[in-house]
Design a binder for this molecule. Structure first.
Ligand SMILES: C[S@@+](CC[C@H](N)C(=O)[O-])C[C@H]1O[C@@H](n2cnc3c(N)ncnc32)[C@H](O)[C@@H]1O
Length: 374
């Protein structure tokens, strides 16, 4: 049995190290930037496969491989109008091959996910992970050619509509133009939100009025952490400038105290629910942030220092703090080795739920969600 899985471009080596540690009996097989396949023990259950994304910091999605398709014809990626008909023909030919693989493997499909491996790290040369128009077209053609009534489960034309628990997903991953891996995975209860979307990529697009790219990672972070930040909650944003993270909180109706010696974007600065404390957090009067429900932090320092900064507000008894969502900058990938120590430190401050993930819109950094459940 083979699994395929995807991650951020650049994170492959550290991802392989993580897999060797978590799953010593997995054997690396084919790989490309952002895409890895493993030979795994045959007895692995669909639930254990699905849970792989939960256990891994770097995995975005996973599927049991059913086969691959290599089309001679590479017309799919071309955009000239005269090749449109050719493109439809090629995708139809591809869709038929995919359904043959699903039928041969006797897969009852509830939903189809299509995604392409990333070609660049997020944020580089304007690239952000998302569904290409060709893959949206492939999704539509796959539905049109589904061998009904056997595959009646497919009920959504929107390729980004989130999957539901207990659905079986047929996944098509484009590796290069004309080259595809076909796989299947189950949506078990309790999986991270990423498992519900094609390629583990939440369909989040930077709005025109976003004041920084950090908007993307905090929007994704709040959805992933499921922190119920809402109207009137009081949030402390450490390292707030220019204000993308604060903007995400403000859009949920929260009141935000942004601490940063740097300048805030005027859109944020002039928001009635935003207060700027123009200073470093360690030089800020403690009494200014007494009623904080949530902390977000995004400061460009080593992970240990981020934790040093967070320790004071996180351990104060007079703050009704419920959770913290913050980035850990991986100036070297090897810092990941210290993750167990960081998590232990957070737990010792009373955070009983600590989760760490390299989110799709994180660059060389991790997102941590630490929550007090009791
Ligand atoms: C990556 S930027 C933050 C981006 C921001 N979160 C956003 O959403 O737009 C890092 C910021 O951390 C700030 N910073 C660094 N050390 C800090 C500290 N000790 N206290 C407060 N801010 C700090 C820097 O001034 C810088 O503006």
């Amino acid at each position: 049995m083979f699994l395929f899985t995807s991650c951020q471009v650049g994170a492959e080596t550290i991802f392989k190290t993580e897999i060797r540690r978590l799953f010593p009996d997995f054997r690396l097989s084919f790989s490309r930037p952002g895409f890895l396949t493993f030979k795994v023990p045959d007895h692995l259950t669909p639930d254990a496969i699905a849970n792989f994304v939960n256990r891994s910091v770097f995995a975005r999605t996973v599927a049991r491989s059913l086969g691959k398709i290599n089309l001679e014809n590479k017309e799919i990626g071309k955009n000239e109008p005269e090749t449109e008909i050719k493109k439809t023909e090629t995708l139809t030919q591809l869709a038929k091959k995919i359904w043959t693989i699903a039928e041969t493997n006797r897969i009852f499909v509830n939903r189809i996910h299509v995604f392409r491996r990333d070609l660049l790290p997020p944020g580089e040369k304007g690239f952000e992970p998302s569904l290409t128009p060709e893959l949206q077209m492939l999704h539509r053609i796959l539905i049109e050619h589904s061998p009904k009534p056997k595959f009646l489960g497919i009920h959504h034309n929107n390729p980004n509509y989130p999957a539901q628990p207990n659905e079986t997903i047929l996944t098509v991953s484009e590796i290069d133009l004309g080259y595809y891996f076909i796989g299947v995975h189950l949506i078990s209860e309790g999986l991270p939100i990423h498992s519900y979307y094609p390629g583990g990529i939440l369909p989040i697009v930077l709005p025109d009025d976003a004041v920084s790219r950090a908007w993307l990672k905090f929007e994704e972070g709040i959805r992933w952490s499921d922190f119920p930040i809402s109207q009137g909650d009081c949030c402390l944003d450490i390292g707030a400038a220019p204000g993308g993270g604060s903007q995400v909180l403000l859009s949920r109706g929260a009141k935000v105290l942004g601490v940063d010696p740097a300048e805030m974007n005027p859109i944020i600065l002039n928001h009635p629910n935003f207060t700027h404390i123009r200073n470093k957090i360690n030089q800020t009067k403690r009494s200014l942030y007494r009623n904080v429900d949530w902390i977000i932090a995004d400061i460009n320092v080593a992970p240990n220092y981020t934790l040093d900064v967070l320790e004071e507000p996180a351990t104060r008894k007079d703050i009704p703090l419920r959770g913290m969502l913050f980035t850990l900058k991986l100036f070297q990938w090897s810092l990941v080795e210290h993750l167990p120590t960081y998590i232990e430190r957070l737990r010792s401050w009373g955070f009983d739920e600590v989760r760490v993930k390299q989110l799709v819109f994180n660059r060389q950094e991790l997102m941590v969600a630490a929550r007090r459940c009791r």
